[in-house]
Each structure stands twice: as structure tokens, then as C-alpha cells.
Design a protein around this ligand. Structure first.
Ligand code: GLV
Ligand code: MN
Ligand code: MN
Length: 427
């Protein structure tokens, strides 16, 4: 009988974690670097301390936990490259209890179980919690810093969902803004990475499949579009004499379905936040700030989508006599996940008597940054009705237990036997 996770402990962990940032309407708001995010970090640190794990936090807020004496954190001399696993504790505003939390808690549980059973490993297993996966300041902030680092200029210019600067946000919580840079990880430290996550789509539930073995992750772009016009009196300014930036924003939003359809049938684009300034019912707005998120599985098509969106935004600005400032995030490249890790997951899932299917991910994940450092794989478990980024997000405990056991078996395999099989995706 293979080693299994302690599901009652995992369930208790996920339940207590879900009370942090819980809103009266039932959703969870644990956006990064907020008080709730800090509370979740303390919660995680306490869990690690209770389990006797060594925990390290880097300068941008990524946390790494492992059994004492197994790695660079506690061992003597150079440690072998570790098998990493983890996800994120931050949430979108008014999100659910499972996105990120399942993978972060399952990785912690795997490290705990391996330590408790004193499983002899050829290389350590390290649990990781990535900072700001949801992009309160930058999509996949922490894992990007690990994979390629940010320049000091990029960090200084980075603003959040509410328009505040990242450097101010971390200073306000007592962190050192200078430490945001220089957190890149040497790929030699990472043997492989595996992330467990809820599917956030309807396919596993619809097909009655237990486990998704992720093949690829979508390319993502993001931008802040600011339309600037002129504040005027809502009663006395004739409709023909206005420079109303909200009209431009409305024109751009209304054009999103046609723009995406012209690029591909998989392209998506969303305006998830729009702020008008100064924001009075009787004031023609002077400024509109809108946040855009756009994706396609193909990098070339994402670049086309980016061009089409900028062109449409320029047109929308000109049509209403306002100006446009477009600030783009650096796009996140799509990735193919490693066939050897995929196969290790698939074999472990079937070995546990579970059904498994290969599938792409339309959601972004820290795994796509980790894939630039080391062979990477992802395990999906079903989401009820495919709902996510919503308080309606739900995954059954049994599915979480299945996913966590597949994760534990895969990590154990990678940390003992290691990677095997063809490197190429063919076959
Ligand atoms: C991450 O949740 C994403 O935005 O896909
Ligand atoms: Mn997530
Ligand atoms: Mn998410």
C-alpha cells in the first residue's frame, strides 16, 4: 500500500485557511500584500513550525518549506536539486476557497508525510507558496521573479489593481522594497516541479474523470488602458461638446468579442475592472482606467490579439476626442509541460485506480514560469460546474484527496527513482 496523505489534517487545514479573508457574502478576498494575505502567510508559517519544517521567505514573498536537514535551508554542504511542489495562498477579490489553496496545502502535506514516515529520498522535496499569483500587482509575480527576476525599473513602475505602487505596498507592511529584486533561482536547485490545482473549468466533471494531466498552459497578456478626457458639468455640457473617456472605454469593451473572434476561437479578452475619475453622477468623467486580461494558447496569436486591442483602443480614443495611455504587462509565454513528468503523473494516477485524461489549461499558473527552470507537470482535479474566481468555486473533498495522493506518489517517485522516458512530446 503506497503512502497516503492525511486527509482529515488537509481538510482541517483547508477549512481553517478558508476563514482567512472570508467576506460576509461567502467569498474570500486574500489579495496579495493585504492584511488577509499576511494572516494566511502567518497561518502557513505556523503549520510549518508545528510540523518541524524549515521555512524561508525570499524578498518578494515566496515561501519555501522543507524537512529539517534535507536541503540548503538546513543541510550541511551542497544539497542536491530538490523536487518542488506548491501553488499560491492569495486569491482574486471575492474568490473561492480552492484556487491555489489546494495545491499549496497539498504540497505542505506531502512534505509532512514524507518527513513523518522518514521516507528515504535521493533528493529533497520542497513545498513552495508563490507570491501574488493572481496579479494584484503582476500576474504570477513571485514565480516570475524566481524564473527571470524583474529589473529595479520594472519593480519601481509596477502598480496594482487599485493604482498603488508595489514598492509602497510592501513598504507599508514593513518589508524592504530593495529586496523585491534579486530573487532569481538557479535552475540547478530545481530537479522538477509539480503543481496540483483545481481545473477551474467543466471538462473533468462533465466526462466523469478523476484527474487531469495538464499538457500545456495558455499565453497571457495584460494591460492598463487609461483614457483621458475632460471633466464637465453633466447638466450644462451638450452631448456633442463632451470629451467623455467612458464612451471610449465602452466602445472598446463592446468590441472585445469581435476582436477575439477575429484572432481565433480560443482567444479571450476581459475587462475585469474599470474606474472613473472623479466619479460623480453629475460629472462627465475626466479619466477612465481599465484593466484588461487577454489570452490565447498560441504566442503568435496572443501577439496579434495584443496589436488588435491597441489598435481598437486608439480608435476608441480618437472617436471621442480623448487621449490614450496603454501600459502593457510583459506577456507570459505559453508552455508545453514535460512529457516525463506528465507520464509520471499519469502512471501514478492509474496506479491508484483513478481515471486520468490529458488536457490543456486555459488558466495561468506558476507552473508556466517553473517550466522555464525545470521539467514541470500539473495535476488537475474537478471543479463543480467549472466555476472558479467566484465564491461558487467548489471541489469535493474526495477529489482533493485523490489529487493530493497522486501528487504525493508523483513527488515520491521523482525524489527517488527520478525522471525517465522520452523528453520530446511526440508519442
Ligand atoms: C490565474 O488564476 C489566472 O488568472 O489564470
Ligand atoms: Mn490558481
Ligand atoms: Mn486564480
Amino acid at each position: 500500500m503506497s503512502l497516503a496523505v492525511n486527509m482529515s489534517r488537509m481538510r482541517a487545514d483547508l477549512t481553517s485557511l478558508s476563514s482567512i479573508g472570508r467576506m460576509t457574502g461567502g467569498g474570500i478576498t486574500r489579495t496579495s500584500f493585504s492584511a488577509a494575505d499576511l494572516a494566511a502567510r502567518e497561518w502557513y508559517q505556523a503549520r510549518c513550525a508545528q510540523a518541524g519544517l524549515v521555512l524561508r521567505t525570499d524578498g518578494i514573498g515566496n515561501m519555501f518549506a522543507e524537512a529539517r536537514g534535507t536541503g540548503t535551508a538546513g543541510g550541511a554542504g551542497p544539497a542536491p536539486a530538490a523536487v518542488w511542489s506548491g501553488s499560491h495562498l492569495d486569491t482574486v477579490p471575492d474568490g473561492g476557497a480552492f484556487d491555489g489553496a489546494v495545491g499549496a496545502v497539498a504540497a505542505l502535506e506531502c512534505v509532512r508525510r514524507l518527513a513523518e514516515e522518514r521516507v528515504e529520498l535521493a533528493r529533497p522535496v520542497r513545498a513552495v507558496v508563490f507570491a501574488d499569483e493572481e496579479g494584484n500587482y503582476n500576474h504570477l509575480l513571485g514565480s516570475t521573479a524566481i524564473a527571470r527576476d524583474f529589473t529595479r525599473d520594472e519593480l519601481a513602475a509596477m502598480t496594482g489593481r487599485d493604482g498603488d505602487r508595489l514598492v509602497d505596498a510592501v513598504t507599508a507592511i514593513g518589508w524592504n522594497p530593495d529586496a523585491l529584486a534579486g530573487n532569481q533561482v538557479d535552475p540547478e536547485q530545481v530537479y522538477a516541479f509539480v503543481e496540483l490545482h483545481i481545473e477551474q473549468g467543466p471538462n473533468l466533471e462533465a466526462s466523469g474523470t478523476d484527474i487531469g494531466v495538464v499538457t500545456s498552459i495558455v499565453a497571457m497578456g495584460g494591460a492598463v488602458a487609461e483614457f483621458r478626457g475632460r471633466a464637465d458639468h453633466a447638466g450644462t455640457t451638450p452631448m456633442t461638446r463632451r470629451q467623455d473617456p467612458l464612451r471610449s472605454a465602452a466602445q472598446l469593451i463592446a468590441a472585445l468579442p469581435a476582436i477575439t473572434a477575429a484572432v481565433s476561437d480560443t482567444a479571450v479578452a476581459t475587462c475585469g475592472k474599470l474606474v472613473t475619475f472623479p466619479g460623480g453622477a453629475n460629472v462627465v468623467p475626466a479619466l477612465v482606467r481599465m484593466l484588461l486580461d487577454y489570452r490565447d494558447p498560441d504566442a503568435g496569436r496572443l501577439a496579434r490579439l495584443d496589436e488588435q486591442l491597441i489598435a481598437a483602443a486608439r480608435q476608441a480614443a480618437a472617436a471621442h476626442d480623448v487621449t490614450l495611455r496603454w501600459t502593457a504587462e510583459r506577456p507570459v509565454a505559453p508552455v508545453e509541460l514535460d512529457p516525463r513528468v506528465r507520464s509520471a503523473i499519469d502512471v501514478r494516477a492509474r496506479g491508484l485506480g483513478l481515471s486520468a485524461v490529458a488536457m490543456p489549461s486555459g488558466a495561468g499558473h506558476d507552473a508556466q514560469n517553473m517550466a522555464t527552470l525545470a521539467p514541470t507537470g500539473m495535476i488537475f482535479v474537478p471543479s463543480r460546474d467549472g466555476r472558479s474566481h467566484s465564491p461558487a468555486e467548489h471541489t469535493d473533498w474526495e477529489d482533493i484527496e485523490n489529487g493530493a495522493n497522486v501528487l504525493l506518489a508523483t513527488l515520491t517517485h521523482l525524489a527517488t527513482t527520478g525522471l525517465s522516458g522520452p523528453v520530446s512530446a511526440a508519442g
